[in-house]
Design a protein around this ligand. Structure first.
Ligand SMILES: *Cc1c(COP(=O)(O)O)cnc(C)c1O
Length: 357
């Protein structure tokens, strides 16, 4: 399908950020957005690149009432040669479709998603910052737009992609963050939507995030919803532990979001001489392990922060410190390796980098 493009005269473009090193996460948006419409008669139709702006929607649209919404989070980088790079973008497209299916929304062919992303990125190339640690964050989103208050799947949808030049996800940058363990509020339960990127998951987690912040921690460590013992995720990231010279992460049991960063870390580890294991670990084992020195590092892994070292853990008002609240060697090594591939500084031996020349 031919994309309809509305191009602004140069004098109407937004001023570019002045200093890429000052960029924060998701605070500024580019000049254009992509939209694609769905109805039952035409299916997905009318792909459009147009000036970034408000959406006009009926207040009865299903997304506002029952959160029929899914999204993705990915990044575009600028290579040392000035090419646009994306990291495993088809994995994001596949996951978007898994999320759409789980939420009774129509899927979009993966090659089409990638094509739309590329066309938008080509027009917005000037917004991709080139400093290490910065990128153009992409947020593909699908919402239910039918105006009706019955609880049933919508028959009309809107897919849009917005872009945001971004710096570190945490104001701490690549420095350890502190976690608070949520004993009562759960993120995802068996049979729920925890393994897809549905907006409703995040709304329900805010109460715990608020408590964590009030207590002076920047993220929540999520436990399983059934026994409230097994460690599952950290904030909106997957979790890794270094336990007795092994890199450990919980298995994908259905309540954990299958992160592309997680998968990539498990894939590169053998080549870094790191042994990995997917295994469940209880909060009690974790605390004991930190106390007796068997757990030496912890970090979160996700697109936004890539690797986010964890320096402190508050469990039932007792604080545990990891690696003297400093970034540990394993966290650093994995961060350096993965970002070197993403920014095109290292040969792409895994075939993960999608290059737009
Ligand atoms: C997006 C997300 C992740 C990380 O996924 P990536 O593909 O690595 O960005 C992990 N956990 C949750 C809950 C998420 O929403």
């Amino acid at each position: 399908m031919e994309i309809i493009k509305t191009i602004l005269p140069p004098e109407n473009l937004k001023p570019l950020f002045k200093d890429a090193s000052q960029l924060l996460f998701g605070q500024q948006f580019t000049d254009y957005m992509f939209t694609l419409t769905y109805n039952q008669e035409k299916g997905w139709h009318r792909p459009e690149i147009k000036p970034y702006g408000s959406l006009v929607m009926d207040p009865a649209a299903l997304v506002f009432h029952y959160s029929q919404e899914v999204f993705e989070g990915q990044k575009a980088y600028k290579s040392p040669e000035g090419d646009i790079l994306m990291f495993r973008p088809l994995e994001n497209a596949k996951r978007l479709n898994r999320s759409l299916e789980r939420m009774c929304m129509p899927t979009i062919p993966e090659v089409d998603i990638l094509h739309y992303e590329c066309e938008l990125l080509k027009i917005e190339k000037r917004w991709i910052p080139d400093q290490k640690g910065t990128a153009l964050y992409m947020r593909p989103t699908v919402i239910a737009t039918e105006a009706i208050l019955g609880v049933r799947p919508s028959s009309e949808f809107l897919f849009f992609i917005i872009l945001s030049p971004s710096g570190p996800y945490f104001p701490e940058g690549f420095n350890p963050v502190g976690l608070w363990v949520s004993r009562e509020i759960s993120r995802a339960a068996e049979g729920g939507t925890g393994e897809v990127k549905a907006g409703g998951n995040y709304g329900g987690s805010l109460a715990a995030i608020k408590t964590a912040m009030e207590k002076g921690y920047s993220q929540v460590l999520w436990l399983d919803a059934k026994e409230h013992r097994y460690v599952e995720e950290v904030g909106a990231m997957n979790i890794f532990f270094v336990i007795e010279d092994k890199l450990v992460t919980p298995p994908l049991t259905g309540t954990i979001l299958p992160g592309i960063t997680r998968k990539s870390i498990l894939d590169i580890s053998p080549d870094l001489g790191i042994t990995t294991e997917e295994k469940m670990i209880t909060i009690e084992e974790l605390c004991q392990g930190i106390s007796d020195g068997r757990v030496t590092e912890m970090f979160g892994a996700g697109t936004a922060a890539v690797v986010s070292p964890i320096g402190k853990l508050n469990v039932d008002d007792r604080e545990y410190t990891l690696n003297d609240n400093q970034t540990g060697p394993w966290s650093n090594k994995i961060y350096q390796e993965l970002t070197a591939i993403q920014y095109g500084e290292k040969p792409d031996t895994y075939n993960w980098v999608y290059r737009i020349t």
